[in-house]
Ligand binder design. Structure first.
Ligand code: ATP
Ligand code: MG
Length: 555
């Protein structure tokens, strides 16, 4: 697929740069996560783009932790980010930390002060905002803008030494208070923060702002193509200004549209709320849009890479259907997942004319899409579990499953005809009775008999019990972040249904966490890491069909 499509705009830029020998024809990208949360599917798109582009053109990609905000960052996040990138199938050339550049960045700031291009401002945040102007009105100079170089150097050094409390002073770039671009109106470069940093400890009491750290870090690493999302377009003039004034390696910034997915929130701040308020069980709750959650949900790295490729690279913000991601995993699992039988909402089926203690080992094909997948044995007997929904007391005309007088095929086995049923005191059907037709065995001579419906089953005596977790989308509305009100009020109350006692084929009890299957007629499932031989646990990755598309049509 990747070979057939036309070049995206970033590939065009890179090919031109290589053709023109820009930076010696070298391409070096970076992926710069802030370690303040787990990576989500939006980051996956950025990872596929940055690593994919460099790989395609013989370049390299750095993993750079953008760890300039001490308060929200944590090593747990650093570790999860590395695990997730590796799992997606990418390798970084260098593992780097913006905090390792703190000394160098400080030196750059001193250089700007010495050149009269930065000053220490004692104004409060409110005073700075008041003088900032509006997009249509120029701002006004701060009273501290004309401080001498000597005074600025002394004050900045005292800020570093920890002489002043948080918020008492900032260092600002002296750019242009009348610029039509608000980011150029003397942006803040450093703020005072007496906070412990997960790597530098208490060494610093001033921390650089994003705009001063990011481009300089790119430049230090000699990044050629610094790719970010569209909201950074207005930052680009400042990105260029710092690099020009400092006379350092000319990294360039390019912007693409961030990934937005329907029925999903993607901001780490919102995801953190879901975790902290126990609305989900953790960052890797299979309903979360994080990479860790998709892994636990049963998604494969290749399905996510395929998704990123299909979404493509755009210059305009848009919303991608969650259904496309589900399509990518469904398509892959259809080819690779073995079929097995699991009954999620069981009732008993007794085959009255089958001998009491007889069993039959049936040959069951593992995957009709993959001859190499081989087959397994499935044991048939007189008493089976079948799905409650496969029997109806008063079946409508086109019901091709069980009801008194109706015939159905039991997968891999016989055709049976329903002869009766039994209910409990509450009126719930507990047992269905049927008789089997001996000549109808699947694959045998004379099994030319056919019926319209085939249902799955497991032998009650041979089945194992399992917990099955049915996951659905976490939100009921397409764009929870875009609606009025609290996004947490739009949580889908049916996003998780736990079946405590489902019945599975005995082979499934040997499933290891991460093993993926198609439960016939029920969807694709993966063994959860909570799973043990005593108590297997399966997560539904995705249904067999897009059930939400049906809902929309019905409504
Ligand atoms: P959030 O708003 O969720 O906290 P962020 O942009 O602050 O996201 P970072 O850790 O700074 O998160 O992001 C690392 C990289 O991933 C950045 O280059 C950013 O542009 C990119 N990225 C983040 N979200 C998306 C998205 N939805 N689509 C594409 N790229 C994204
Ligand atoms: Mg960020």
């Amino acid at each position: 697929m990747s070979e057939e499509r036309s070049l995206n705009f970033l590939e065009q830029i890179v090919e031109e740069d290589i053709a023109n020998g820009v930076n010696g024809g070298r391409i070096h990208t970076r992926f710069p996560p802030e370690p303040n949360g787990y990576l989500h599917i939006g980051h996956a798109k950025s990872i596929c783009l940055n690593f994919g582009l460099a790989k395609k053109y013989g370049g390299q990609t750095n993993l750079r932790f953008d760890d300039t905000n001490p308060v929200t960052e944590d090593t747990e996040y650093v570790d999860s980010i590395k695990e997730d990138i590796k799992w997606l199938g990418f390798d970084w050339a260098n593992e780097l930390y913006a905090s390792d550049y703190f000394e160098q960045l400080y030196g750059f700031a001193v250089q700007l002060i010495e050149n009269g291009l930065a000053y220490v401002d004692d104004s409060t945040a409110a005073e700075i905002a008041a003088l900032k102007g509006t997009p249509t009105e120029p701002g006004k100079d701060s009273p501290y803008r004309s401080r001498s170089v000597e005074e600025n150097l002394r004050l900045f050094s005292e800020m570093r030494e920890g002489k002043y409390p948080d918020g008492a002073k900032v260092l600002r770039a002296k750019v242009d208070m009348a610029s039509p671009n608000m980011h150029m109106r003397d942006p803040i470069m450093y703020r005072i923060k007496h906070a412990h940093h997960h790597r530098t400890g208490d060494a610093w009491s001033i921390y650089p702002m994003y705009d001063f750290a990011h481009g300089q870090s790119d430049s230090i690493e000699q990044i050629t193509h610094s790719i970010c999302t569209l909201e950074f377009i207005p930052h680009r003039p400042l990105y260029d200004w710092f690099i020009q004034q400092l006379g350092i390696f000319p990294s360039h910034q390019y912007e693409f549209a961030r990934l937005n997915l329907t029925y999903t929130v993607m901001s780490k701040r919102k995801l953190l709320q879901l975790v902290n308020e126990n609305i989900v069980t953790g960052w890797d709750d299979p309903r979360m849009p994080t990479i860790a959650a998709f892994r636990r949900r049963g998604y494969t790295p290749s399905s996510i890479r395929t998704f990123a490729e299909r979404v493509g690279i755009q210059k305009r913000d848009n919303m991608i259907e969650l259904g496309l991601l589900e399509f990518c995993i469904r398509e892959e699992l259809n080819k690779s997942a073995n079929r097995v039988m699991a009954v999620l909402d069981p009732i008993k089926l007794v085959i009255t004319n089958y001998p009491d203690n007889q069993t039959l080992e049936l040959d069951a094909e593992n995957n009709p899409e993959d001859a190499a997948a081989g087959s397994r044995k499935v044991t048939f007997s007189k008493t089976l579990w079948i799905e409650r929904e496969d029997f109806m007391e008063n079946p409508p005309k086109k019901f091709f499953r069980l009801g008194v007088g109706l015939k159905v095929r039991l997968k891999y086995a016989y055709i049976v005809e329903c002869t009766g049923f039994e209910k409990d005191a509450d009126g719930n059907v507990t047992t269905v009775f049927a008789s089997y037709i001996p000549e109808s065995l699947s694959g045998s001579e004379g099994s030319t008999m056919s019926v319209k419906g085939t249902i799955h089953w497991v032998s009650t005596e041979h089945a194992k019990e399992a917990e099955v977790r049915l996951y659905d989308r976490l939100f009921t509305v397409e764009n929870p972040a875009g609606e009025e009100g609290d996004f947490k009020d739009m949580i889908n109350p049916n996003s998780l249904e736990i079946i405590q006692k489902a019945y599975i084929e005995p082979v499934l009890a040997d499933a290891k966490p991460g093993d993926r299957y198609q439960f016939l007629r029920k969807g694709y499932f993966v063994a959860d890491y909570d799973s043990t031989a005593e108590r297997p646990v399966f997560n539904r990755t995705v249904t067999l069909k897009d059930t939400w598309a049906k809902e929309v049509k019905k409504a």
